[in-house]
Design a protein around this ligand. Sequence first.
Ligand SMILES: [Fe+2]
Length: 345
Amino acid sequence: MIFRQLFDAVSSTYSYLLAGRCGGEALIIDPVIDKVERYLQLMRELDLKLVKAIDTHLHADHISGLGALRDRTHCITVMGERSAVDVVSMRIADGDRLQLEGVDLEALYTPGHTDDSFCFRMADRVFTGDTLLIRGTGRTDFQNGDARAQYESIFGRLLKLPDDTRVYPGHDYKGDTVSTIGEERRCNPRLQVKSVDEYVELMGKLRLANPKMMDVAVPANMKIGLSQDEITRRGWATTAQQAMEIAGRPDVVLIDLRERPERERHGAIPGSLHLPYPSLQESTCAGGMLRALATSSGKRLVFYCAFGERSAMAVQAAQEAGLSSACHLQGGLAAWKAAGGPVER
Ligand SMILES: [Fe+2]
């Protein structure tokens, strides 16, 4: 496995690059915008293809690299379902798995530092974001933070993991890089409390200045969605209302780009084909299923996903590959549902 802990000295943020092997697919956790060039170079050197960029929560102390990485690599952006960002490609819930060859992350919803905080567990390690730090815990005094919820997330979830689970935090200000669950239970001063009330009192007494970047970072991190205006201007978009009118016509095929768990949880447009976004490229090249549908049978391809971001990238790729009948459902299944479109499970 390829595992890289990358550091941004300005915000003391750790980002994590994970892949099963050189030449394979990769994902990155908590990338920082100023380091995007460095990540891209490292991925070129290791011959990695970035498929997912994940933020553990809406950051207040640095600008996320999610949007820039998506624009540069066409990867899928991932955050929790409650995150206040305008658009991410995929929203996850507790227990969801993020899988690629050789990597299997389980999403743990761990509110407290913010109400959208997730940790990600993988075999022998857990990426704790700002929920649990080395000898510390993430502050709970802004962004809907809640010390009581954080106590439950830490004591009720993280500390239940095996003692030798390696802890990789989202930040460190002292130079530590890794710890373990057992070590934190014993040595983390914030965890030496006897009750949730004691923890709440302890967190309430911290008088911390707001992060220097907060006024810039929070608004920037709330607006990371791909601009779909250009796609609409080129006539490659359809509204939910228009899509409802043409759905079911013999010359139209709706293509769902989401992953199987998303379809199971949220349902799908009746009669749509399932083609997960990562297999798009294969499908649009010579001999591919989509190319055959669009060229030999003359079908109009209408891509959709959860919120319109994957489909916006897909329509661009399909058009570039010469499939001129391709368009996408603006706003994705969310817009379709809002317009009263039928959904099958
Ligand atoms: Fe944070």
